[in-house]
Design a protein around this ligand. Structure first.
Ligand SMILES: *[C@@H]1O[C@H](CO)[C@@H](O)[C@H](O)[C@H]1NC(C)=O
Length: 191
């Protein structure tokens, strides 16, 4: 049976039908992910309400993020969540930019065990500056369905493409630069 009403994605299950499995996932989050499958060199494994139905309405989710040497999780935002990230292995150069008009850039180099917060909706990234060693982080997000908007993919990789007149003016570059960017393959790094 399906309903027209959605609660940030899903209808709640009748409590009498709820099982432990609704709150469980054998996610193998202890295992490294493949960071060579995309050009940015990172792999985000997001455990949200789509993967654990019991998260519905609870306002929380989790991600494991693997970074190749020199890999990054490129500038993106979560429209519905603040994120708190901890480094399990390696080093990460991280940062976020505050909203208009200041657009203040706050950044930090994190080592194993360090924790950093990315406030809701702000553009942020993580970069592994080590050319030899991978890095791993675990992030918690304050929504069961945080959403993600990768800036480059949304702006230059939209389907259909945004007019190059619009983007040339917005970025103050020539149209052929926009055309080149739009011709690139903007791969997603999230599973
Ligand atoms: C992430 O890694 C898994 C294997 O660990 C791989 O199957 C998947 O394609 C990778 N995803 C991305 C988006 O790179």
């Amino acid at each position: 049976q399906s309903f027209a009403v959605l609660v940030n994605g899903f209808v709640c299950k009748d409590p009498k039908d709820v099982k432990a499995e609704d709150f469980f996932l054998a996610a193998k989050l202890d295992m490294p992910r493949d960071t060579k499958a995309n050009k940015v060199g990172s792999n985000v494994t997001l455990i949200n309400v789509m993967r654990i139905p019991g998260l519905n309405t609870l306002g929380i989710s989790l991600a494991r993020i693997d970074y190749a040497p020199l890999g990054e999780n490129p500038p993106h935002t979560h429209p519905r969540a603040t994120e708190i990230l901890t480094v399990l292995e390696g080093t990460l150069y991280v940062g976020f930019v505050t909203s208009n008009p200041d657009n203040k850039f706050l950044s930090k180099v994190l080592n194993k065990g360090d924790v950093f917060v990315f406030p809701e909706g702000l553009v942020h990234f993580q970069f592994n500056p080590n050319p030899y060693k991978p890095a791993v982080a675990i992030a918690a997000l304050s929504s069961q369905n945080p959403g993600a908007i990768t800036i480059a993919n949304a702006v230059f990789g939209s389907k259909p493409a945004i007019s190059d007149d619009v983007l040339a003016k917005a970025f103050q570059v020539e149209k052929k630069t926009v055309d080149w960017l739009q011709a690139q393959f903007w791969a997603d790094n999230q599973n």
